[in-house]
Design a protein around this ligand. Structure first.
Ligand SMILES: Cc1cc2nc3c(=O)[nH]c(=O)nc-3n(C[C@H](O)[C@H](O)[C@H](O)COP(=O)(O)OP(=O)(O)OC[C@H]3O[C@@H](n4cnc5c(N)ncnc54)[C@H](O)[C@@H]3O)c2cc1C
Length: 388
């Protein structure tokens, strides 16, 4: 076993979790990975993969048993994200987005909301996390979507851009501002908008560099009436819920990035063990060994930190925002570096789409941008050392 395989073997999973992870690996190998190049080329939404994931009942692993799920550890969830992303980054982010959008409902929703809304997702429904707007990117507090209370309803007006699963979701975790609160930060609130609500329109999807088969949609809300019963927490609780949720979705983004990185690393290692120049395997050149050593160190350290943060979450720790930022930033930078160097290690072939490292390099780029750009994460990490 090499060092990365030894790290995987040491991952503390129960027998049930190990079996599930093995089923996910088999599904990825037999179905998801072989379809990835075609989905990347056409940009079509990978419904076959979503159906196959749902046949394994994977959404249930992050939903408590009381609401139709069969909850497993966060570690096991991250291991599955990494495995699916390794096979197809688009499918990986589609599935992980279900978790990103639904975890806040599990954490902050009331009993009635959870009983009513969670079983649909446990059964394989798709979810979206809708924060970003044209005026609100890195600074989410610039959002303009407005929630206006009206009797038993909340009337929603506004729009969102860049929403993963935005045109296919059954439920949206939607952030906006409460019309009756003036302060822009204190006004941020969050509700669940359900598919089919009058006034919800899809304006289109993006044609992207990577993760091309995951849909990234623009939405508009024109007088959407949402029952007040779908408000999560109280008016103005949005920012607290947003920060609490991002701490759990950022390790998930890191797992996604590390799946892409691992695929590129393994492909490069296989290639340079086979390809010969000047009478030797490429891997026999010392300059290449140094390069590979740097990539392997980066990957091993990021993966170790992924499992360390997962342990903190599974142990119920609450204060791990800086740890999550550090993980997201380093794992996504590693994914970009490792995929770029994998292209280099394959030489001219790496630049052509007969080999998947070309796709992996395009897929890796977004991981440095979404869920807080890496500039924003560096700022959060740096700021944490400011003395009061
Ligand atoms: C494919 C894709 C899927 C996405 N999915 C979702 C989704 O499901 N839900 C959702 O809500 N959003 C989603 N997003 C949006 C994503 O989270 C934002 O694009 C991201 O937060 C950056 O915002 P922005 O694009 O407006 O960039 P900007 O905020 O305009 O940033 C532009 C540049 O300025 C830098 N910058 C900004 N502020 C600072 C600062 N304070 N210090 C230093 N540098 C700074 C940034 O790092 C960046 O380099 C998605 C985006 C893409 C492309």
């Amino acid at each position: 076993m090499n060092i990365l395989e030894r790290l995987d073997a040491r991952l503390a999973l129960s027998d049930e979790e190990r079996m599930l992870l093995d089923s996910v690996k088999a599904l990825c190998q037999e179905q998801i990975a072989p379809r990835a190049a075609d989905y990347d080329r056409t940009g079509a939404f990978p419904w076959e993969n979503v159906r196959a994931i749902n046949e394994l009942g994977l959404n249930a692993m992050f939903i408590p048993d009381a609401y139709g799920g069969a909850q497993l550890s966060y570690r096991c969830y991250l291991a599955c994200v990494r495995e699916i992303a390794k096979a197809c980054a688009s499918t990986g982010i589609i599935w992980a987005t279900n978790f990103h959008a639904i975890k806040p409902l599990i954490e902050y929703g009331n009993e009635e909301q959870k009983r009513r809304l969670l079983p649909r997702i446990a059964d394989g429904g798709l979810a979206s996390l809708a924060i970003t707007e044209t005026s609100a990117g890195s600074d989410a507090t610039g959002m303009r979507t407005m929630f206006t209370p009206d009797g038993d309803d909340i009337v929603v007006n506004g729009g969102k851009i860049f929403i993963t699963n935005g045109d296919v979701a059954d439920q949206y975790l939607l952030f906006g501002k409460w019309s009756k609160i003036d302060d822009p930060k204190s006004a941020i609130s969050v509700l669940i908008l359900e598919k089919g609500t009058d006034g919800l329109r899809f304006l289109g999807t993006e044609n992207k560099m990577g993760t091309r088969a995951s849909s990234t949609a623009s939405l508009s809300f024109e007088g959407c009436r949402v029952p007040r019963a779908n408000l999560i927490g109280k008016p103005g609780d949005g920012l607290k819920i947003l920060f609490g949720s991002l701490n759990r979705s950022r390790p998930s983004i890191a797992a996604h990035a590390l799946g892409i990185a691992r695929a590129a690393f393994e492909d490069a290692v296989d290639y340079i063990n086979e390809r010969r120049q000047s009478g030797r395997k490429i891997l026999e050149f010392q300059g290449i060994q140094f390069m590979l050593a740097d990539l392997a160190s980066e990957l091993a350290l990021c993966e170790s930190w992924l499992w360390r943060v997962a342990e903190m979450v599974d142990a119920g720790e609450q204060d791990f925002g800086v740890e999550a930022s550090l993980l997201k930033q380093r794992a996504s930078d590693a994914a970009m570096r490792i995929t770029t160097d994998a292209v280099q290690l394959l030489g001219g072939y790496g630049y052509c789409n007969d080999y998947r490292v070309e796709r992996l390099m395009r897929d890796a780029k977004i991981t440095q941008i979404w869920e807080g750009t890496n500039q924003v994460h560096r700022q959060l990490i740096g700021r944490s050392f400011l003395k009061k």
